[in-house]
Design a protein around this ligand. Structure first.
Ligand SMILES: *Cc1c(COP(=O)(O)O)cnc(C)c1O
Length: 374
């Protein structure tokens, strides 16, 4: 028979695997990892993705999930059951807040929100049932940077686990487990896959027993990822280092350009020396600051509409992290569900525009912004 030795892993587009006999199925149960049974439990493509993200984050094991939301759900369930309480950074991804407020509350897992300034002094927020703190390395849309080492020490002092959503920073900038986080999760949909063509997630554990829990939760709740989406994510991940370097370089130049533009009232980018956590971002990102930034136009929907209508290189597409640039509007998309008071507290007004800076030639991006802001 012709020997087939593909250079890369083919797509194992199969829901189930064959066994020769009873001994073979026994081997599956006796020797974990020796064979595959059923793709929801494990598939060569989703395992390859989990292993690749695990390596990037230097973890003890990982699970690939059907979305970033599934990753957040799996991470919370690793440590929580009915009756438990979680702490959550106040400027968290809107979907995380919706999961906590609308669904997990109904199942008896309650949440309190901790303002950014209070993340290193959790005592006032603790209950006897508090299990963990969920936060993001860099927040959306103001790119506030959390001191992960300080947050991990504060959590562990109170017997809490630290769960970090590292979607915005990526492990190419920051590896939260190295700072003491217990779990790190991703919307693989964003930078890890990187081409705006996949919905996927992943969670990585620092401890082997947590990794085993994650895999069980993924299988039993049916949160695991399909072979095709896993394969596309693995392909994207191969260029993560190169893409992130290009995103960071371009975003830095775009941030400097906007910072000097008369139509722009403020720019939120950790790479600017005026950013409140600039020094922390410098240390935690190894001298790079990511591809995301926000800026403030006049607080007037007409001004925002004019910008959106005139920009050709930053289409209004409420996601992020693709190789092609895009823009989003936090007030009307990601932060729509917040109360007026929460929005006022965070400074999310109609004039706030978020850019996901892609890897195009930067002169083209700057020229487009110049004409759109005119
Ligand atoms: C997009 C996003 C998520 C959710 O991921 P999905 O893949 O859309 O389910 C979670 N956290 C952050 C920071 C995100 O940007």
């Amino acid at each position: 028979m012709t020997q087939i030795t593909p250079k890369i892993t083919p797509i194992y587009q199969t829901s189930v695997f064959k066994f020769e006999d009873l001994d073979a199925v026994q081997q599956y149960f006796d020797e974990p990892g020796s064979r595959y049974l059923y793709s929801r439990n494990g598939n060569p493509n989703s395992d390859e993705l989990a292993e690749a993200v695990n390596r990037w984050e230097s973890g003890a094991g990982a699970v690939a999930t059907g979305s970033g939301m599934a990753a957040i759900f799996a991470a919370l369930l690793t440590y929580c059951q009915a009756g438990d309480h979680v702490l959550c950074a106040a400027d968290i991804y809107g979907g995380s807040a919706a999961l906590l407020n609308l669904e997990l509350a109904r199942l008896g897992i309650t949440a309190s929100y901790v303002p950014f300034e209070a993340l290193y002094g959790l005592r006032p927020y603790l209950q006897s049932t508090t299990r963990l703190l969920l936060c993001e390395t860099m927040s959306n849309p103001l790119l506030r940077v959390v001191d992960l080492g300080a947050a991990a020490r504060e959590c562990h002092r109170h017997g809490l686990k630290l769960v970090v959503d590292n979607t915005f920073a990526t492990p190419a900038l920051t590896q939260p487990l190295a700072y003491g986080a217990d779990l790190v999760l991703h919307s693989v949909t964003k930078y890890l896959a990187g081409h705006s063509d996949v919905t996927a997630g992943a969670v990585v554990a620092r401890a082997a027993e947590d990794a085993a829990r994650l895999r069980q939760i993924g299988t039993v709740f049916g949160l695991t990822l399909s072979p095709m989406e896993s394969w596309l994510s693995v392909r994207g991940l191969k260029t993560l280092r190169l893409r992130v370097a290009a995103h960071c370089e371009n975003a830095w130049l775009v941030a400097e350009f906007l910072d000097e533009h008369p139509a722009v009232a403020a720019v939120y980018y950790p790479g600017l020396p005026t950013h409140p956590q600039h020094a922390l971002a410098l240390a935690q990102g190894g001298g790079r600051y990511g591809g995301m930034l926000s800026f403030r136009l006049a607080d007037d929907a007409a001004a925002v509409n004019r910008f959106m209508q005139h920009s050709e290189r930053f289409p209004f597409a409420p996601s992020l992290a693709g190789v092609d640039s895009s823009c989003s509007h936090p007030l009307t998309t990601s932060h729509r569900a917040l109360t007026d008071a929460q929005r006022a507290e965070l400074g999310i007004t109609v004039g706030l525009v978020r850019l996901s800076v892609g890897i195009e030639p930067v002169e083209e991006l700057l020229a487009d912004l110049a004409q759109a802001l005119e």
